[in-house]
Design a protein around this ligand. Sequence first.
Ligand SMILES: NC(=O)c1ccc[n+]([C@@H]2O[C@H](COP(=O)([O-])OP(=O)(O)OC[C@H]3O[C@@H](n4cnc5c(N)ncnc54)[C@H](OP(=O)(O)O)[C@@H]3O)[C@@H](O)[C@H]2O)c1
Length: 251
Amino acid sequence: MSDLPWKNALLTGASSGLGRGLALWLAKRNVKVYAAARRLDQLEALKAEAGDNIVPLKLDVADASAAFLAVQKLDQDCGGLELVIANAGVGEDTRPKKLNWDSVKKMIDVNVTGATATLTAALPAMIERKKGHLVGISSLAGLIPLPQSSTYCATKAYLAMFLESLRLDVDKYGIAVTSIHPGFVKSEMTAKNKPGSMPFLLETDDAVERMGKAMVRKAKVFTFPWQLSSIISLGSSLPRPLRTPLLQRLR
Ligand SMILES: NC(=O)c1ccc[n+]([C@@H]2O[C@H](COP(=O)([O-])OP(=O)(O)OC[C@H]3O[C@@H](n4cnc5c(N)ncnc54)[C@H](OP(=O)(O)O)[C@@H]3O)[C@@H](O)[C@H]2O)c1
């Protein structure tokens, strides 16, 4: 018997970082977690740590049509997904002088197309059941333009707007939609950044706890940590002639 509002969950990007942490957080509270990613060995290690509440699922969300069908089938096979978390994401430098098309495409494939496939595959069935919770892991970077991050910021802004708009349609069917915007959190993704370049950096477990609680209370939008979130919302409200030179200095 689950200790949380959901008996099961599909979670993408469960092989490392925030996804791995969220999988453990949910599994410890008796939610059956379909833990998806490409690295099956990492998912098996997760299962060895957390037990039978983890069900490893090899899934490449960059192949969005295949991922869509796989999630749809999982929804049918498991008797109905109750929580779907599109967490899989990639973040790479896109400074224009060294622009690498493969990086740009990968971010769009995973963060935009893959996340959308993950979140929509079970949606018609959820609507029929009048039950379900969709969660997307966007970023504070989706709320403000940042240098050297044009594609990443744009993909995260897409996800936030997708979720905000979707909520307008599905609210009436009892489907909850949560958009989560973390600041800097320790993970494989941020390990490549210079230490000191990430203000208010959080430990993974701390971030996971905050995200888990936001999902339980069905937050519509959850931004954290508040310090960075406040700076970003202040920055966004500045007129462009003031904002642009400030943002350019972040380089
Ligand atoms: N850490 C931060 O500071 C931060 C801040 C804001 C938002 N976020 C967002 O939080 C989410 C998790 O990131 P993280 O920091 O935990 O990074 P991470 O440790 O690098 O984890 C990324 C996860 O995404 C999965 N993934 C990547 N490409 C995939 C693909 N094609 N198909 C399926 N899974 C794929 C990876 O699994 P495989 O490689 O095994 O497939 C991995 O499990 C991302 O959406 C990220 O944008 C992170």
